[in-house]
Design a protein around this ligand. Structure first.
Ligand code: B1M
Length: 217
């Protein structure tokens, strides 16, 4: 069986060790890390998501698949994040309060690192204030919020309000994303940028930091 197809199938079965070994094998065979990610790991997780929606699989199965996804992503990370020494800017990144989904957030971190942005991973279930506190503590340029549930994306609006309350709204670039988030939602809550995927998030973040440093934020 083709390696990418095997990664796809073993990920859906939640076989973390096997997925890790297959990703290592694929890299050793010089397959493009982006193809391994998109056509192997991500495609499997997206298709599993559909099965989950249709009640064909249960939370427990999605959870073990997510573990396998992490195992594969850990192997890919050094290749996706390879970058020069001087950081372009700094970002704090987390999944909003009440939300435990971290695969997309971790991908955003990998891509930001790859774009030369130093990142601080706040993890999941992050209180709004903690995003801002960490940004203040680290001298970050960007606050990146990820949400996967329609019930948790409201936390992003809380962030724009809290930044305004603290007189910090102009100091930070606020980026939002995650499956239920849309451009119009981002606009409505007053975020600076929305991107549909991690690759775009990194590109947009890089450009936004350059603009900010020229005083154009
Ligand atoms: Co959850 N879950 N889940 N889940 N889960 C979804 C999100 C859901 C759409 C499934 C479904 O019903 N079809 C649904 C949400 C429905 C809704 O709100 N509209 C759902 C639900 C309901 C739930 C629970 C409530 C289920 C339950 O308990 N009954 C529960 C909630 C727990 C909680 O958070 N409080 C729950 C739990 C879980 C697991 C723990 C089992 C597991 C998470 C494990 C983990 O993350 N460690 C899980 C998973 C894996 C999923 C699905 C299947 C896959 C999510 C994922 O990782 N996708 C998901 C179905 C789906 O999305 N199709 C589903 C791959 C990932 C790469 O994509 O995170 O979207 P994503 O990231 C993308 C972009 O969105 C973007 O970049 C990435 C791609 O490059 N992006 C950004 C993300 N963040 C960004 C930030 C940016 C920019 C781009 O800028 C800052």
């Amino acid at each position: 069986m083709e390696l990418i197809q095997e990664i796809y199938e073993y990920l859906q079965l939640g076989k973390a060790k096997k997925v890790k070994a297959l990703v290592q094998e694929a890299l050793a065979e010089n397959l493009d890390p982006k193809v391994i990610l998109d056509e192997g790991l991500l495609a499997a997780m997206m298709d599993l998501g559909l099965k989950f929606k249709n009640n064909e699989v249960f939370v427990a199965e999605v959870l073990v698949a997510a573990n396998a996804m992490h195992a594969g992503m850990n192997v890919l990370e050094p290749r996706l994040s390879a970058v020069g020494a001087e950081p372009v800017g700094r970002a704090v990144v987390g999944t909003v309060q009440g939300d435990l989904h971290d695969i997309g957030k971790n991908l955003v971190i990998m891509m930001l690192k790859g774009a030369g942005i130093e990142t601080y991973d706040l993890g999941v279930d992050v209180e709004t204030a903690a995003f801002i506190d960490k940004a203040e503590e680290t001298g970050a340029d960007i606050i990146c919020m990820s949400a996967l549930l329609t019930t948790t994306m409201i936390r992003m609006e809380e962030c724009t309000a809290e930044l305004q309350k603290r007189g910090l709204r102009e100091k930070y670039i606020l980026m939002v994303g995650g499956a239920p988030v849309t451009e119009s939602f981002a606009e409505k809550i007053g975020a600076d940028y929305y991107t549909p995927d991690a690759m775009n998030a990194a590109e947009v973040a890089r450009k936004a930091v350059f603009k900010k440093k020229k005083g154009q934020h």
